[in-house]
Design a protein. Structure first.
Length: 212
């Protein structure tokens, strides 16, 4: 009798484990199916190439189309002159015209927006992009590099300019500090660190299986 009970207990345990495994196997294709047909656009603005490097790392993980935002009239190379111009644009609401054109924005389901923090705000060229293109109904994900002072109001501004989009948690990392002459830093150990952080972030927001 005791042997029969033990056998039944063992059989019940095996059946329970098999059931759990089957459920786990069923859930993976469901997630992959959900993500596999998404069209991805990665749009970025970069001055010292740190945001560009970050955009390229994201592109390696999620694929899609990678587009750099360029202006009709580029900002001056001189740092302080650019700072003054951006401050004036922010104060007056001027939106610098974009040279970059996006064909058929409606075909994209997921849009990554990459930019540095300028004056603790969203850079005017990214405001130009969000005013020019309707991202309503799309999933929008901001990513950022900054001089160590954080994102400021930039992510909040993205939410305000994309009221009809689904905004996912953004990603931010310390980049260069142009004011102090520290420009491109996204290499070596820093690059490895960011790669690991990116992988964790993509998994957290549910896009780690996006690349086909």
């Amino acid at each position: 009798m005791k042997t029969l009970k033990l056998n039944w207990l063992w059989l019940s345990t095996v059946l329970l484990l098999l059931s759990s495994c089957l459920k786990a196997q069923e859930s993976v294709p469901e997630k992959t199916e959900l993500l596999k047909d998404k069209k991805v656009l990665i749009v970025y603005l970069s001055r010292t190439k740190n945001t560009k490097a970050l955009a390229e790392l994201i592109h390696q993980k999620v694929a899609g189309d990678l587009v750099s935002l360029e202006l009709v009239t580029p900002y001056p190379e001189h740092y302080q002159t650019t700072v003054d111009q951006v401050a004036n644009e922010n104060a007056t609401g001027i939106l610098p015209p974009l040279k970059t054109k996006i064909d058929s924005i409606e075909k994209y389901d997921v849009v990554f927006l990459g930019f540095p923090t300028w004056g603790m705000q969203l850079p005017p060229p990214m405001k130009s992009f969000l005013n020019q293109y309707d991202l309503g109904g799309k999933t929008v994900i901001p990513f950022n590099t900054n001089a160590g002072y954080g994102i400021g109001s930039s992510f909040e501004t993205v939410k305000q300019l994309c009221p009809n989009s689904k905004i996912l948690e953004g990603f931010s990392t310390k980049g260069g500090k142009e004011r102090d002459g520290i420009l491109f830093v996204m290499e070596g150990n820093k690059e490895k660190q960011v790669q690991a952080e990116l992988q964790s972030w993509l998994k957290k927001i549910g896009l780690d299986q996006l690349k086909k």
